[in-house]
Design a binder for this molecule. Structure first.
Ligand SMILES: Nc1ncnc2c1ncn2[C@@H]1O[C@H](COP(=O)(O)OP(=O)(O)O)[C@@H](O)[C@H]1O
Ligand SMILES: N[C@@H](CCOP(=O)(O)O)C(=O)O
Length: 293
């Protein structure tokens, strides 16, 4: 049996829609694989009642097919589905690394990214790599059609996850079909600023680069209390706040000493809107880790 742990991820980071992503130190999925004549799947843990065990509908089934690696796959879910924390990607990433080892396919971690993205296509309709790239490689990643750039960085953050469900597929259906040159110029500037901040380990620059005028305004309507939660986090020490992935989680960049305050005010602000939530005080972390084989 091979066991792999893969982290939750936060994609987009405002200005980097479908390109930027960071691995979080926690939560995470753990996947166990054993060779079998055909792929079967067992899912347990958070939200497992909402996750299909049909290999045609679970992200790990697509990964097993892509690697020609039939297996019995057990998924211990630590990342809630429909959270905006790369739940589907965490399983796909862990399965890709685990099956690559189990069958000795000798793929590099970068080569496993598009394979894991085939799992994302099963659940959202698009093989976007901005979650599976950091889930496999760790750190901050810039994923384009031609290259994946990974930057190790030490940035503290808070992710606040409300008891609200937003599926990535639905959140992709509300995307605007066109935008303006001014918004493109603004987004390029913010994305460059965020990337410089990640390279320097500068939370102020990262925060400045998270503001987005194209995607976030249409998706924030799917998250009750979003504007209030964002404003109160900024007023209490966060340097930047935006939707995590397709939501409903909200990510706030802050100095480590302000994490507790930022987490508490975000929870309180959601509560003011009648929404229960929980907050992870964490930091950008490592990618998928082989636990045993
Ligand atoms: N292994 C898996 N883990 C989590 N969700 C999965 C998995 N396989 C399929 N799904 C489906 O994917 C959806 C969750 O994915 P998504 O909407 O992208 O959430 P997230 O934003 O957390 O990634 C759910 O509808 C779930 O049924
Ligand atoms: N770029 C994607 C990212 C989805 O992230 P998830 O954590 O919500 O799956 C998008 O915004 O659609």
């Amino acid at each position: 049996m091979v066991t792999v742990r893969a982290p939750a991820t936060s994609a987009n980071l405002g200005s980097g829609f479908d390109v930027f992503g960071v691995a979080l130190n926690r939560p995470a999925d753990v996947v166990h694989v054993n060779k079998a004549d055909e792929t079967t799947i067992d899912v347990r843990g958070v939200g497992s009642q909402y996750i299909p065990e049909d290999p045609e509908k679970n992200t790990v089934g697509a990964v097993a097919r892509a690697l020609d690696a039939p297996a019995h796959i057990e998924i211990d879910k630590g990342v809630r589905p429909a959270s905006g924390l790369g739940s589907s990607a965490a399983s796909a990433a862990a399965a890709a690394v685990a099956l690559n080892d189990l069958y000795d396919r000798k793929r590099s971690k970068k080569e496993l990214v598009p394979i894991a993205a085939k799992g994302e296509a099963v659940v959202s309709g698009t093989a976007h790599t901005d979650n599976v790239a950091p889930a496999i490689l760790g750190g901050f990643t810039i994923a384009t059609d031609h290259e994946i750039t990974q930057i190790e960085t030490d940035i503290s953050l808070v992710v606040c996850l409300p008891e609200v469900v937003v599926s990535t597929r639905e959140a992709r259906e509300v995307l605007p079909e066109r935008t303006t040159i001014d918004k493109v110029v603004d987004t390029v500037g913010k994305a460059a600023t965020l990337t410089a901040g990640m390279a320097r380990g500068d939370p102020e620059l990262v925060g400045q680069g998270m503001h987005d005028t194209i995607i976030t305004p249409v998706r924030s309507d799917l998250i009750p209390g979003y504007e209030s939660v964002r404003e109160t986090a900024l007023e209490n020490g966060a340097t930047g706040v935006t939707i995590s992935g397709a939501g409903p989680a909200i990510i706030a960049i802050c100095q480590e000493e302000q994490q507790r305050t930022v987490a508490n005010v975000m929870i309180d602000s959601f509560a003011d809107h009648g929404v229960e939530s929980r907050a992870y005080q964490t930091e950008i972390g490592a990618g998928a880790q082989l636990c045993s084989h």
